[in-house]
Design a protein around this ligand. Structure first.
Ligand SMILES: [Ca+2]
Length: 308
């Protein structure tokens, strides 16, 4: 969906986050290779925002927990990760915790960057960014099954890391574009079919003709339905747009992509076997075509068509 983002509009977005790290980056020191630290930010919400978009990146890698649950990973600082935050937020106190890791074989630069926008029902937009108000902790969490787990140790104010031009050069514009996309996007809304313009796909899926009285809908797939589902243009375009969006959201995180699609379509997690087969086919950086294929498989499966 990147090509649908208005690049000019994105360029207007001012990024205000700082790159942050722990004490090993203080006073111009260079963090050791392989160092992992925890970072956190607590904040309060009076009401749930209408829309939230968060983008982050970490030199070199980060695991993101929101209110105790793992929600995203960033494995390559050159490819910022868009985080789906809204389903994990709640009214009252919230906490974002990051397990951030530096890599390499000798001391080298490390930094974590997070920039989010929240659109409130009042029409006001607020920011949530990595800055001096964040805290860090040298003691790592003890994660279990995607949960944050316990963290001992003392939380201290973070170090603001001087921004490297190599960081901003490759991440600033993609981050702005992801923010623009997240803010401009239409919220998915459920609308009664009767209020929508009819199309072939809806007809194929059994939308009644208003001039005919029907008292039941057939359970069997008709030829018309089958043909429309197999090569209808409406469905094809929807799945293509969905694949673009998913590729942007789950860059470098094919596991997250498969889980998201399964939870969204089937309301369940993929079995280990399904996960293995799909990840083998998708690879580590799934192409849009591969994601489209995944969506075709899921949307045409009897489990989705009949069970949901
Ligand atoms: Ca590094």
């Amino acid at each position: 969906m990147r090509n649908l983002v208005n690049e000019e509009e994105a360029r207007q977005i001012e990024l205000t986050a700082d790159w942050i790290w722990g004490d090993s980056a203080a006073e111009g020191k260079v963090p050791p290779a392989g160092e992992s630290i925890m970072l956190r930010k607590s904040f309060t919400l009076d009401e749930l925002p209408e829309r939230v978009v968060g983008v982050l990146t970490c030199d070199n890698a980060a695991i993101v927990y929101v209110n105790g649950k793992e929600v995203a990973q960033n494995k390559d600082w050159q490819q910022p990760t868009t985080v789906i935050l809204l389903p994990h937020l709640k009214v009252g106190g919230n906490q974002i915790v990051i397990r951030a890791t530096n890599e390499g074989s000798t001391p080298n630069a490390a930094g974590f960057f997070f920039e989010a926008r929240m659109l409130h029902s009042s029409g006001e937009t607020t920011s949530l960014v990595s800055d001096a108000a964040w805290e860090w902790n040298p003691i790592l969490n003890e994660p279990r099954e995607g949960r944050l787990g316990r963290i001992a140790g003392t939380w201290q104010p973070v170090t603001i890391v001087p921004t490297l031009s190599v960081w901003t050069k490759s991440t600033a514009q993609p981050i702005r574009e992801s923010l623009a996309l997240g803010l401009s996007e239409q919220q998915p809304a459920m609308v009664r079919a009767a209020l929508m313009k009819n199309d072939f796909l809806m007809t194929a899926l059994g939308r009644p003709n208003r001039d005919q009285i029907v008292t039941s809908r057939p359970q069997e797939l008709t030829s018309l339905e089958a043909i429309n589902l197999a090569n209808g243009e409406t469905l094809m375009k929807s799945l293509a747009a969905g694949a673009n969006h998913l590729q942007l959201q789950f860059q470098g995180n094919p596991e997250g992509l498969v889980e998201f699609v399964y939870e969204f379509a089937y309301s369940r997690k993929p079995s280990q076997q399904e996960q293995e087969i799909l990840l083998t086919e998708l690879g580590t950086e799934p192409a849009i075509e591969s994601i489209q294929d995944l969506l075709w498989i899921v949307c045409l499966s009897p489990e989705f068509l009949y069970v949901r």
